[in-house]
Design a protein around this ligand. Sequence first.
Ligand code: PHE
Length: 466
Amino acid sequence: MTMPRESFGSKLGFIAAASGSAVGLGNLWKFPYITWENNGGAFVLVYLAAALMLGLPIMMAEIFIGRTAKLSGAPAYKKLGGNKWSKLGYLGAAAGGIILSYYMVIAGWSIRSFFQCLNWSFTGYVQPDSKEFGDFLADSRAQILLTLAFTLVNAFIIFLGVGKGIEKATKIMMPVLVLLMLYLVGTALTMPGRDEAFSMIFSLDFKNMKPEGYLEAVGQAFFSLSLGLGAMVAYGSYMKKSDPIISSAAWVVVLDTLFALLSCVAMFTIILSVPELKEHLSGGTVGMLFITLPELFYTKMPGGLILAPLFFVLVAFAALSSTLSLGEVVTSLLIDRKGWKRSKAVMVSTTFIFTGSIFAALSLGGNQFLSKLNFENTPVLKIFFHNKTGVLSLLDHLAANWLLPVGGLGVTIFVGWFLHSDFLLDKLGLKKSTIGFKLWLWSLRVLAPAAIIILIISVALGKDFS
Ligand code: PHE
């Protein structure tokens, strides 16, 4: 009765899908923003260290769980660790569903911006008035329809399966993403802000970094590398036993980090090329991506007519390749846990998550209650939701600050402390412990849990890293 498990066609297929998951709005939007807030250089170095010393080991651990169990999420933890560990899989699926429900809303904006830019490219740019984007956010119908459009495309690709859907789609999207990013950076580098941008990104100035920068780097590494919710467990479960874990994970970390850096170079150069912009940038990052950049493309950048719509293809592809993995976390749990057919699992998970998306989509002004919802004065909930307002921000805070770090901590304890090192060696095909293996275990046992526990305590004390 059981069907043979689907698998990626090759190591490259895994890398395309997994780096597609990692490269997303977190790279294009969150990373440049946090780097800017931390005044550049030193933060970038701290981030690199976090990605390498915590991100890489945890990614390897997640892939290890999936590849060894040949199952995803809760069933994988159950198989390797017994019933009580399966909670970690459910927590991950919940985090995946939550992130997906609001990520879809933001992803939907890229469709709108694409068509808006296409129109401007043909008929000429007309600067929208300052209320335009806010009105769009508060337009319930537009928000729901765009979210639905993105949701359906995502669901369709997941429905096609791991090889024919996710692998094929990401193998097309990732090279396009790389080319578009290089084109964007190449054009940006012709602008006058280039030198200042480079010195900001690459000079080490620890004095100007916020003290929280260290923990922000850890949090960002989790989000950007798609860790802590089992996305890499799911993708790892579709890997062939012969596919190597370390080099596959290393590729994903390197590609994701390069993307984050390139997007920083592009954004900073553009911003610093326009003197007036520097001062009033703190207004938030979403505005930068969807309002300021299009304007700059048309008014300040060479070749902006072509670049503007292409940029939103970049955003849409980056988002889609990430939502595929989030959707697959929930879908594969239903397949592996309930034995459902993929079509049924996709239908049920999509319906469920889209319902969540509606609440997020209406929380940007469309519905007063959802937009104003907050738990600032509610004793226990305040810890989990901080002083965020509106469903979308509440969900983002809960997922990025709590669920991913807690899930990541669980992974480090499970692989570092619970699974026996002989078992790890055996499954990795190693005869004896090597230096790399020892470093991996050391990070999983000591370094990563310590950093994550400090992060979680700071969040509980009211810090915000989302
Ligand atoms: N890594 C994605 C990004 O940077 C977001 C994501 C998080 C995707 C967790 C899957 C799982 O945008």
